[in-house]
Design a binder for this molecule. Structure first.
Ligand SMILES: O=C(O)CCC(=O)N[C@@H](CCC(=O)O)C(=O)O
Ligand SMILES: [Zn+2]
Length: 329
């Protein structure tokens, strides 16, 4: 294991020297705030909200190391969040409850658990971070980095939370510069960290899916380099790197498949990848009180997972294209 990963997991990362000019403060376990003078932007970068999604954690640690070494000089207020440390130590998505379903106050009504306590703590530190920034309203950003359980036909993609405020063209430029292959627009509220930050602080917040989830030490780190470069540009104010790939593909969530029965079944092979296009009329999932059939217009499956706890999302059906009303306007 890399020394910095070891330090994070053993809670000795605060021993790492950081430039005093950035006024570094550890606001909670695994939550580092940096506030350079005259910041014109406030950026939250989070990883490890799911403990087994380790590549984003390594990417975030590389940013902390570069800041410590003085090779990366943020010009923005920064909140760096390592989400679920006990789950990271156990290489599990979560210990008791999926933390990324508990934001927006849902932790209050959920059974008591490490994840519920941590979601409440992350909400509080994020609120304090945005409350004290001098960055203007349109310059609040949040990138919540994840990796997916299955492989994906579009290997790297973004999920934009449903939002009522404007996301700027600069936000979509960032996603393009990060070499993402696809952008998925949510159409309903959710309990994710990115939805919470978007709704509560009118931030341009997004979930990034950067590849397939693998344990520490097994990640192909060069795959994450374009995202790392785009984040560095965002936090230093440098120009964004030029995109080398074809244009980003857009999708919109048409239906969320919510498992509400233990007898829920999913009609898909384990090796089926995210974004697989299914034939219209295909019965993708069923439980005693209902069945989900693929429509003509929403044929792409995302995050199919029969193993989620009852009450949670077991997949989404996507329609190609951005929503008809552009949310960036
Ligand atoms: O691969 C999977 O099945 C899940 C990967 C993952 O953790 N995705 C996030 C997406 C959050 C969002 O919809 O914005 C999640 O499920 O929490
Ligand atoms: Zn995740």
């Amino acid at each position: 294991m890399q020394p910095l990963t070891d330090q994070l997991l053993h809670c000795t990362l605060p021993d790492l020297p950081l430039p005093a000019a950035l006024h570094p403060r550890w606001l909670a376990e695994g939550v580092l705030e940096l506030r350079p003078e005259h910041a014109r932007r406030a950026v939250v970068v989070s990883a490890g909200i799911h403990g087994n999604e380790t590549a984003p954690v390594e990417l975030l640690l590389a940013l902390v190391a570069a800041i410590g070494a003085g090779t990366l000089c943020p010009a923005t207020d920064l909140l760096l969040v390592f989400g679920n440390l006990p789950a990271m130590r156990a290489n599990r998505r979560y210990l008791h409850h999926d933390m990324n379903r508990l934001f927006g106050g849902r932790h209050r009504t959920a059974p008591r658990s490490h994840e519920a306590t941590r979601a409440a703590e992350l909400e509080a530190v994020t609120a304090a971070f945005f409350e004290h920034t001098t960055a203007p309203a349109g310059e609040r950003w949040h990138l919540d980095m994840h990796t997916a359980i299955r492989g994906s036909l579009y290997p790297q993609f973004a999920l934009v939370p449903f939002h009522a405020h404007a996301y700027s063209p600069a936000f979509f430029d960032l996603l393009a510069a990060a070499e993402l292959d696809a952008v998925v627009q949510h159409t309903q509220v959710g309990g994710t960290f990115s939805h919470f930050v978007s709704e509560q602080f009118q931030a341009q917040s997004v979930t990034l899916e950067l590849g397939k989830a693998r344990p520490f030490g097994q990640n192909d780190l060069p795959q994450f380099a374009p995202t790392g470069r785009a984040i560095r540009a965002l936090i230093t104010g440098a120009p964004l790197p030029e995109r080398q790939k074809p244009p980003v593909h857009h999708f919109t969530v048409a239906e969320s498949i919510i498992k509400t029965s233990e007898q829920f079944t999913l009609n898909l092979p384990n090796e089926a990848e995210n974004f697989t296009c299914l034939p219209p009329g295909y019965e993708i999932a069923a439980q005693p009180d209902r069945r989900w059939v693929v429509s003509d217009t929403a044929r792409h499956i995302l995050f199919p997972n029969a193993g989620v706890a009852t009450g949670l999302r077991a997949g989404m059906l996507l329609a190609p294209g951005a929503p008809r009303l552009s949310l960036s306007e």
